[in-house]
Ligand binder design. Structure first.
Ligand code: BCR
Ligand code: FE2
Length: 374
């Protein structure tokens, strides 16, 4: 696949050498790291030794400069890279305005009602982390072929980091929400007892189970390979069920979601794409870091400004900043999805439905008009 093809059709199957490179040097090391952390956390829990909060916070702290915050720092270049003819200044202007409007609206919701802000943040994270994993399925050419199938992939992959910790560690979950809402200055009593109730936890577990079964069934029915899907799903369920949430979500954000998105960005850069095709991983990463550092520094400046305004610097402060950045960032990534594969898939679906319905109009043709829409 050439670099130009990546801009116009990045969703098609990539060639085998690039696929193996990414599996071997990016996806597998991250998955193995999560397995090792899961085993260590389980051993410590069995020995009755809790992981200190100072240690749990390390991945979130590191994410300020490594992978996490920088993974959104090229958003302003995305239109220029994906839509031919877009000038860099136009790309920057559109994204800065998007950040001001969408980020500003999110900040206003947080200022008016932090609990509501957090609830929307959780829902958006569910969607955004799910869409990140759906892209990886497209990258490997084994995504669910229909809109419903894609929706279930997004729902499942987002539910793993958002619902499994809720089902297994409700008290820590509620604590983080409390702490974050408090860091915005609201000191009214927060009613989060409901979150820790057995009913909610059981519902969260059932939703994950149903989505896991539905997603596996759809991939199986569309003859997609299941090995990566099932192994990642099992690792993520065990990881979020065992590892304390602050540590688990911090590691997932930095090593899983952000690394995958950085790979996606590298593939939109012609030089980096060429390097990846040649089997070079470090050069594209260095190029990404070079391109991302100025905006990362501005984002760190925003974090310092927010901490000064709220007069507190803790996980809650960082999460508020991330929440404000996530809404415009998710809008940019949703636009990327449309450019890279959603539009192509909708056209393909329409074509398939059209041809299957045409067949159906022929009495001799086999039935399948509804089936093709899943
Ligand atoms: C471009 C631009 C820029 C920048 C940007 C950026 C830098 C971005 C980023 C972005 C980002 C960086 C994003 C992120 C995301 C993230 C997320 C989405 C997360 C989430 C999380 C959560 C939600 C969690 C929670 C929790 C915990 C932690 C524990 C417990 C449990 C729970 C789950 C609760 C600026 C503004 C300068 C300007 C304009 C343009
Ligand atoms: Fe992201």
């Amino acid at each position: 696949m050439t670099a130009t093809t990546v801009k116009t059709n990045p969703s098609g199957p990539v060639d085998d050498s690039l696929r193996h490179l990414i599996i071997r040097w990016v996806l597998t090391p991250v998955t193995v790291t999560l397995v090792l952390v899961t085993v260590t956390a389980a051993a410590l829990a069995l020995a009755g030794r809790p992981i200190p909060m100072a240690i749990q916070l390390i991945p979130f702290a590191i994410s300020i400069v490594v992978f996490g915050l920088p993974h959104g720092a090229l958003d302003h270049l995305v239109p220029a890279r994906l839509r031919p003819g877009t000038r860099t200044w136009q790309s920057i202007a559109v994204i800065v305005i998007t950040y001001l409007v969408v980020g500003g609206a999110t900040a206003a919701i947080w200022a008016l009602n932090p609990l509501c802000g957090f609830a929307l943040f959780l829902l958006l994270t569910w969607f955004h982390w799910g869409q990140g994993d759906l892209y990886i399925d497209h990258f490997f050419g084994n995504a669910a072929p229909t809109r419903i199938g894609s929706g279930i992939t997004v729902a499942l992959r987002g539910a793993l980091p958002m619902l499994v910790p809720l089902a297994c560690h409700p008290a820590s979950y509620a604590n983080v929400i409390n702490q974050t809402a408090r860091s915005t200055g609201t000191d009214h009593a927060l009613v989060l007892g409901a979150l820790t109730s057995p009913g909610i936890r059981i519902c969260a577990g059932i939703v994950v189970l149903v989505l896991a079964l539905a997603s596996t069934f759809i991939l199986h029915r569309s003859h997609q390979p299941l090995r990566r899907h099932i192994s990642e799903m099992i690792v993520l369920i065990a990881f979020f069920a065992v590892v304390p949430p602050v540590l688990a979500v911090g590691l997932y954000f930095t090593l899983w979601h952000s690394v995958r998105h950085i790979l996606r960005l590298e593939l939109t850069d012609q030089d980096s794409h060429r390097d990846l095709q040649k089997g070079l991983l470090l050069r594209p990463l260095a190029r990404f870091l070079r391109q991302a550092w100025p905006i990362t520094v501005i984002a760190i400046g925003l974090l310092v400004g927010l901490a000064a305004t709220l007069r507190t610097m803790n996980l809650g402060t960082y999460l508020v900043l991330i929440a404000v950045l996530t809404s415009p960032h998710a809008a940019v990534v949703t636009w990327m999805d449309r450019q890279q594969y959603v539009t192509t898939r909708i056209r393909r679906e329409r074509k398939e439905i059209g041809s299957t319905c045409a067949e159906k109009a022929d009495p001799a043709a086999p039935s399948g008009c509804l089936q093709s829409t899943l």
